[in-house]
Design a protein around this ligand. Structure first.
Ligand code: HEC
Length: 320
């Protein structure tokens, strides 16, 4: 699995994005060819010398050299090239509109200011559905249908190596599909300005071989393990007091719906929609200084005593 999940625009990593990249390069080649031809003609014109008129004589206009047919040729070539680009764009749009095979999986992504709720619904057995946040897992080589919604304003779902952009519009469901050719972490980002923390609204798509994906999904379906150790139990009580109004931890009484589900928080690579790696220090920093790290975020900065912070972190670390 690649260690550096760059949000790299110049490579495609799946069949929903590859046609658009090919089209992009073809259009760049076309534009470069136009620049080279125009520059060559311009240079040729500048360097062509004409005999200067005899001194005192008025410069005579050059005889009509039949320029009209050059205009016709130039316009004709441009028209054919632009029409070709139009056809190529239509063919590309059509080829990425729907996956080549039935999607093997459907997930729902709902955008919130400024994080992503990820639902894995199970139509046959709703008790196997689960919710997570900011980290999407998919099996490699399988088309995945992604239903896109917004809880507040217009956002845009964009994982550039896997697919083009699709808007997420309040009150509407848009559908995108993604597929990864190889295991790896593919970074994504909201690409529609959605408020002050728009730039800090990232997510990751983790593509894994089917067996690893299945193991991840089975683990996510389970509720949180029971908090048995005394330090952990007091952490859970603090969580119930200070955090459960917004955050849910399945398998406990914490059932807040307005914030990321934290049932398996410790299994995620990053927190706060891609802002920090998920270490105990960063988690406590985020809890104490959410408003400094993401000003205006709907997570308040929460002051905890040193002993409460230790207990809360012991509890959060059990949310594997
Ligand atoms: C008023 C609602 C609210 C309360 C109370 C609250 N949070 Fe949050 N929390 C949020 C929101 C909203 C986010 C998403 C913020 C963002 O990324 O923009 C969040 C994000 C987080 C994240 C990052 C999750 C992820 O997957 O990226 C952690 C960890 C977290 N909160 C822990 C806590 C803890 C621990 C407490 C209690 C001490 C707490 N929160 C209290 C609303 C709340």
């Amino acid at each position: 699995m690649s260690a550096a999940p760059l949000q790299y625009l110049l490579h495609a990593a799946g069949p929903a994005s590859a046609p658009a990249y090919r089209l992009g390069w073809a259009l760049i080649a076309l534009v470069m060819a136009v620049i080279v031809v125009i520059a060559a003609l311009l240079l040729g014109g500048l360097m062509r010398r004409r005999e200067p008129p005899p001194s005192g004589a008025r410069a005579a206009l050059p005889p009509d050299s039949g320029g009209l047919h050059w205009i016709v040729i130039g316009t004709g070539i441009s028209t054919v090239a632009l029409f070709g680009a139009l056809v190529a764009a239509m063919v590309t749009l059509e080829s990425v509109a729907s996956p080549p095979r039935e999607p093997g999986l459907t997930i729902d992504v709902t955008a919130y200011d400024w994080w992503w709720k990820i639902d894995y619904p199970d139509a046959l057995d709703p008790s196997r559905s689960f919710v997570t946040a900011n980290e999407i897992h998919i099996p490699v080589g399988v088309p995945v249908r992604v239903e896109l919604r917004s809880a507040d304003v217009i956002h845009t779902f964009w994982a550039p190596k896997l697919a083009g952009k699709t808007e997420m519009i309040p009150g509407q469901t848009n559908v995108q599909w993604i597929e990864a050719d190889a295991p790896g972490i593919y970074r994504g980002q909201c690409s529609q300005f959605c408020g002050s923390q728009h730039a800090h609204m990232a997510f990751e798509v983790v593509a894994e071989p089917q067996a690893r994906f299945d193991a991840w999904r089975d683990a996510q379906r389970r509720g949180a393990q029971a908090a048995n150790a005394p330090g952990v139990r007091s952490g859970q009580r603090i969580f119930a007091d200070r955090c459960a109004g917004c955050h849910a931890v399945r398998g406990t009484s914490a059932a807040g719906m307005q914030a990321p589900d934290l049932t398996h928080l410790a299994s995620r690579r990053l927190i706060a929609a891609g802002q920090m790696t998920n270490t105990p220090e960063h988690r406590l920093d985020w809890i104490a200084h959410a408003q400094r790290i993401k000003p205006d975020s709907l997570m308040p900065s929460i002051a905890l005593s040193a002993s409460d912070a230790v207990a809360l972190d012991a509890y959060l670390s059990t949310l594997q």
